[in-house]
Write a protein that binds this ligand. Structure first.
Ligand code: PMT
Length: 225
C-alpha cells in the first residue's frame, strides 16, 4: 500500500537540473523543476526512510525531515552523490547535463565584430547513475534511473536499464503537455528485468508513493531470504 514503511532504509535521491557554466553570466541547463525528485524525497521521508536529497538549482522548499545538499553542475552533483554512499536505494531523478563546456570563461564572452557564430567545445560529464550502479564496494541494493524520452520510450528506457546495469527505470514522455518536466503531473512507464508497470497519469506527489511501492516490491524480490 502507499503507506508501507520505509523505516531503516537510507534513500539517496538526485533531483533538478544541472547548470554548466559558459562564463560568469551564462550556462547550459536542462528543463527540470525538481518537482518529481522532491516529491519522491518527501514521500520517502514521510514513510520513515532516512533521506538525502542532492538538488540541482531549483526554487523548491526542502521537504520535511530530508537532508538536502545543493549543487550546481554535473561535476558537483557527481561528487555529492558519491560522497553520500553507501545507501540502500539510489533514485536518479535529476536531469543531468550530458555535456559541459571544456572550460568556463573567467570573463564574459563578448560578441566579436564581424562574426555571426560562436563555437563552444563541450565534453562529456560523468554518468552519475551508471557509476553508482557499477560501484565496486558500495553499490546500493536498488539503483533506479529515470529516462526522459520524446519517442520510442520503452526501447530507449530498456536500453538505459541494460547499459547502465540498473535494477529499475522510470520512463516519462517529455515534450507533450501534462507529463515530464516542469508540470505538476506526470505518467511513468516503469521497467525492470522481466516486468513493467504503468503509473499514472497522476500528480507527481501521488506517483512518488506508487514508485516507492515498486521500490519496496523490487527490494523484497531481490533480497535473499
Ligand atoms: O524536475 P521535473 O520538472 O519534475 O521533471 C522531472 C523529470 C522529467 C526531469 C524527471 O522525471 C526525469 O525524467 N529525470 C531524468 C531526466 C534525464 O535527464 O533523463 P536521461 O534519459 O537523460 O538520463 C537517464 C538517467 O541517467 C537519469 O536517471 C539521469 O539522472 C541519469 N544521468 C544522466 C546523465 C548523467 N551524466 N548522469 C546521470 O546520472
Amino acid at each position: 500500500s502507499a503507506t508501507a514503511s520505509l523505516a531503516g532504509l537510507r534513500v539517496l535521491i538526485s533531483a533538478g537540473p544541472t547548470y554548466e557554466d559558459i562564463d560568469p553570466v551564462r550556462f547550459i541547463g536542462n528543463r527540470s523543476s525538481g518537482k518529481m525528485g522532491f516529491s519522491i524525497a518527501a514521500a520517502a521521508a514521510r514513510r520513515g526512510a532516512d533521506v538525502v536529497l542532492v538538488a540541482g538549482p531549483v526554487s523548491l522548499p526542502s521537504p520535511e525531515a530530508v537532508t538536502r545538499i545543493n549543487v550546481r553542475s554535473a561535476a558537483d552533483m557527481h561528487a555529492a552523490v558519491m560522497a553520500q554512499l553507501p545507501a540502500d536505494v539510489y533514485i536518479g531523478a535529476a536531469a543531468v547535463a550530458d555535456f559541459t563546456p571544456r572550460e568556463a570563461s573567467a570573463s564574459k564572452i563578448k560578441k566579436r565584430p564581424g562574426s555571426d557564430t560562436l563555437t563552444l567545445e563541450l565534453v562529456r560529464t560523468p554518468d552519475i547513475l551508471a557509476e553508482v550502479a557499477a560501484h565496486a564496494s558500495q553499490r546500493p541494493r536498488l539503483v533506479v534511473g529515470f529516462a526522459a524520452e520524446t519517442d520510442n520510450v520503452e526501447g530507449y528506457a530498456r536500453g538505459k536499464l541494460d547499459n547502465k546495469r540498473l535494477d529499475m527505470i522510470a520512463a516519462n514522455r517529455v515534450g507533450v503537455a501534462g507529463s515530464g518536466f516542469e508540470c505538476d503531473d506526470n505518467a511513468l512507464s516503469v521497467f525492470w528485468g522481466d516486468g513493467e508497470r504503468a503509473l499514472g497519469p497522476a500528480a507527481k506527489t501521488e506517483l512518488a508513493d506508487l514508485l516507492l511501492d515498486l521500490v519496496l516490491e523490487r527490494l523484497a524480490d531481490t533480497t535473499p531470504a
